[in-house]
Design a protein around this ligand. Structure first.
Ligand SMILES: C[S@@+](CC[C@H](N)C(=O)[O-])C[C@H]1O[C@@H](n2cnc3c(N)ncnc32)[C@H](O)[C@@H]1O
Length: 277
């Protein structure tokens, strides 16, 4: 089933830990993937590890509140071995702030204290690469993440995660129904869009390569992303051509796009030629 919905969170973890996840979700994942070794590098109140241990799985929980920092410390070195499954439940940007509010003092590397979406996504990608490294070849890594809408803008962190990780490794996208969120208490009668009442579980499979190939894997990812960026600019140029009737001089294409994206031209005035030719 690619849709999970559990109204109760079960006996695992702490219900007082804001933004925690139902233990039944982890149970369903463990039943599906049968990991022998499991790691949660943002374990919060410990829900995942409690479920895992109860099921006889060797499990490790790490978190910033316990001194492990996913942006600076290697999961693999902290645990000492690769795992069959490395699954996290990060903050959804600043929806719930953890350090200084749920635990301890404010921490600069707390993922819930990023000041922009860009900063959050850049750091979340570092976290996912760290998880990937700690996963055995053929094992599964991934996360539970929600989207959010703010000032009318829909922010899809799961879509950004999928875009930033290797396409060839994406294995599963599961919808998880959200129950009992704080927003349930607010007034939604006049909302323009449907309320967000779901989160995503996104899973990737680590390919069967040696750890020596890790850096070349990452270089390949960077190349794929550069190609995607180039393809986007080709699409922009093609669209400009359509609006100009299908045929136009380079200067006219340039002027057409300049009117919509002046900042792009300010930084690189040779790009139309580069992308079209
Ligand atoms: C959504 S909570 C996890 C809740 C957990 N699934 C549970 O059921 O209790 C996110 C966790 O990420 C942790 N975190 C934030 N930034 C981190 C970082 N840089 N390194 C490790 N953990 C981090 C927070 O301390 C918080 O406990």
């Amino acid at each position: 089933m690619s849709i999970l919905s559990f109204e109760s969170r079960g006996k695992w973890g702490k219900s007082s830990w804001r933004g925690n996840c139902s233990g039944h979700v982890y149970k369903a994942l463990f039943e599906q993937y049968q990991p022998k070794v499991f790691v949660d590098p943002m374990v919060g109140s410990g829900t995942s590890v409690e479920v895992a241990k109860e099921m006889g799985i060797e499990a490790y929980g790490l978190d910033l509140h316990g001194g492990f920092n996913i942006l600076r410390d290697s999961i693999l070195q902290s645990v000492g071995k690769q795992a069959d499954m490395v699954f996290s439940h990060p903050p959804y940007h600043d929806m719930v702030v953890y350090s200084g509010q749920v635990w301890g003092n404010p921490h600069a590397d707390d993922l819930s204290r990023c000041t922009s979406d860009e900063e959050f996504m850049e750091k979340l990608q570092v976290a996912l690469l760290n998880q990937r490294e700690a996963t055995k070849s053929g094992g599964v890594y991934g996360l539970l993440i929600g989207d959010l809408r703010r000032e009318g803008q829909y922010k899809s962190y799961q879509a950004d995660c999928i875009a930033r990780m290797p396409k060839s490794e994406l294995s599963s996208v599961v919808i998880k129904a959200q129950h009992n969120c704080v927003s349930d208490l607010r007034q939604y009668a006049k909302m323009k869009h449907l309320r967000i009442l779901h989160e995503y579980i996104v899973l990737w499979t680590k390919p069967k390569t040696t750890s020596v190939a890790m850096l070349s894997d990452l270089a390949m990812m960077a190349r794929q992303q550069a190609q995607a960026l180039k393809a986007t600019w080709r699409a922009v140029v093609r669209h400009a051509l359509i609006t100009l009737g299908g045929k136009a001089k380079l200067d006219d294409i340039y002027a057409r796009i300049a009117s919509d994206a002046p900042e792009q031209l300010a930084t690189n005035n040779n790009w139309v030629r580069r992308e079209v030719v």
